[in-house]
Write a protein that binds this ligand. Structure first.
Ligand code: HEM
Length: 460
């Protein structure tokens, strides 16, 4: 009785759950589950066992896993002076310390606003034609005349090329190929153990990152000269960032910040949209009713325009059914599994103390599968999004939320809608094999990359 009456000390009020073996903790369990397509179950089992808040150790750091609508709100709306973003050491070393993920407070706001000035709908409207040209060229090169293609690697190539064109203003050719090669090497070691030993993935990745930074430095130099000669500041993201001036008429975003954030956008932008498009293609092959509805919508748009005309912003606004399919795909297979934050002071949550310096782990899929908001959550049903206002806030979070909500949302939406428009109106396809399993690495990937048989409608 005496013990239970005594006020518990903060150190006793840390959340339940074991921290596991030192350093390794539960990391291997989670990584193994991600590769085996059981990460959602791994997380759900923990939630069932320990409740809404529990502790574990992930990637060498004591971590508190919280879930549910209130937890999402807590993570996304917490004061930046109490909670900062947290990346793994390898990501920080490869992408650099001035990328958005590493910035906080006023610096984060300043750089984010600069990026948003390029990524906001009003500005992106002017680049639909450029995105569309990349998609048309991609289909001509990699799909037309083929009987079989593997979707995921092709979608990665496509989103990579779109980003190269829009963000760097680097046209097709030897220079873009060099960029692509170094970027691929850089990305491969991003989720590895950050010990820099020769011949490891991480070591190759760091070397590639240095080469990419050198290429970007040269590119920035050239663009500065072009701007001085009177070139438009709206050619691409780099020129746009170079032309933003502060009150003192000096560049608002430093050269270092431009380099690190262009690398971040390349990584954040291409691996996520390519996954979304890949899973929509798989869904359309498996679900004839949804395919028929998307095809009807896209054919109507196609037939309402002179042949060969580019899509307009208004056309994209009419693709409501296609976007609902995309939203339901993001609910069922969110490309980003979750993320981390770091506490900057002891924080009390649900009666427990999350000590200063600990990680907070949030996971996208938990509320996506809540049957109070999404009845029969395992069923694929795009109609759930007919009235998005009926979904309470912080339940649907494929793009995160709050001050760090994904700034690439509109960009991802445009490239997804335009790609699906061309695919359904130009091709029919069926799966070569039952590629219904996927692993997370860390974004989801069908285990065989999704090979499909295709027929061009021109050939029918
Ligand atoms: C389907 C596609 C995409 C999904 C599902 C997605 C999802 C996310 C998520 C979950 C976050 C983390 C939010 C947080 O930590 O609270 C994020 C951040 C971010 N995303 Fe995306 N993203 C997508 C596409 C893009 C694209 C196309 C770009 C760039 C063109 C982009 C750029 C970024 C950046 C720069 C951040 C960091 C924001 C910050 O820390 O302030 N993303 N995204």
């Amino acid at each position: 009785l005496l013990i239970s009456r005594r006020r518990r000390q903060p150190s006793e009020r840390v959340p339940p759950g074991p921290l596991g073996i030192p350093i390794i903790g539960q990391s291997l369990g989670l990584l193994w589950a991600m590769r085996a397509n059981t990460a959602e179950k791994w997380i759900a089992d923990r939630a069932k066992r320990y409740g809404p808040i529990s502790k574990m150790s992930l990637f060498g750091k004591p971590t508190v896993f919280i879930h549910g609508q209130a937890a999402n709100k807590f993570v996304f709306t917490s004061d930046a002076s109490k909670m900062s973003n947290q990346q793994t050491e390898s990501v920080k070393m490869i992408l650099g310390d001035r990328c958005l993920l590493e910035l906080s407070g006023e610096d984060h706001k300043r750089v984010r606003n600069a990026l948003a000035s390029f990524l906001k709908p009003d500005s992106l409207k002017n680049y639909i034609g450029k995105i569309e040209e990349e998609i048309r060229r991609h289909l001509q090169m990699h799909w037309q005349g083929k009987h079989r293609v593997t979707v995921l690697p092709l979608m990665k190539t496509l989103t990579f090329n779109i980003i190269c064109s829009l963000l760097f203003g680097v046209e097709r050719g030897a220079r873009r190929d060099t960029f692509v090669q170094f970027f691929q090497e850089m990305i491969e070691g991003m989720w590895s153990i950050p010990v820099n030993i020769p011949f490891t993935r991480f070591n190759r990745s760091l070397k590639a990152s240095a080469k990419v930074q050198k290429l970007l430095k040269d590119l920035i130099h050239e663009k500065r000269i072009e701007l001085e000669k009177g070139a438009s500041p709206h050619q691409d993201l780099i020129t746009c960032l170079l032309s933003i001036r502060g009150e003192d008429n000096l560049e608002l975003v430093s050269e270092h910040e431009i380099i690190h954030n262009v690398m971040l956008i390349m990584v954040a932008g291409h691996d996520t949209s390519s996954v979304l498009i890949t899973f929509i293609i798989r869904l359309l092959a498996n679900d004839p009713n949804t395919h028929a509805a998307v095809l009807k919508e896209q054919e109507e748009i196609k037939n309402s325009k002179p042949s060969g005309d580019y899509l307009t912003w208004e056309d994209l606004g009419r693709m409501k059914c296609t976007w609902r399919v995309a939203m339901e795909t993001l609910r069922t297979v969110p490309p980003v599994f979750g993320g981390f934050r770091k506490t900057l002071e002891d924080i009390e949550y649900e009666g427990y103390i999350i000590p200063k310096g600990w990680q907070i782990f949030w996971v996208t899929s938990m509320t996506h599968m809540d049957d109070k908001v999404f009845p029969e959550p395992s069923k694929f049903d795009p109609a759930r999004f007919e009235n998005p206002a009926s979904i309470p806030p912080y339940y649907y979070i494929p793009f995160g939320g709050g001050a760090r909500i994904c700034p690439g949302y509109e960009f991802a939406k445009i490239e997804t809608l335009v790609t699906i428009h061309y695919l359904v109106t130009q091709f029919t396809w069926k799966l070569c094999c039952n590629d219904n399993c996927f692993r997370r690495d860390p974004t989801p990937a069908p285990t065989q990359g999704l090979p499909i048989q295709i027929v061009s409608k021109k050939a029918l």
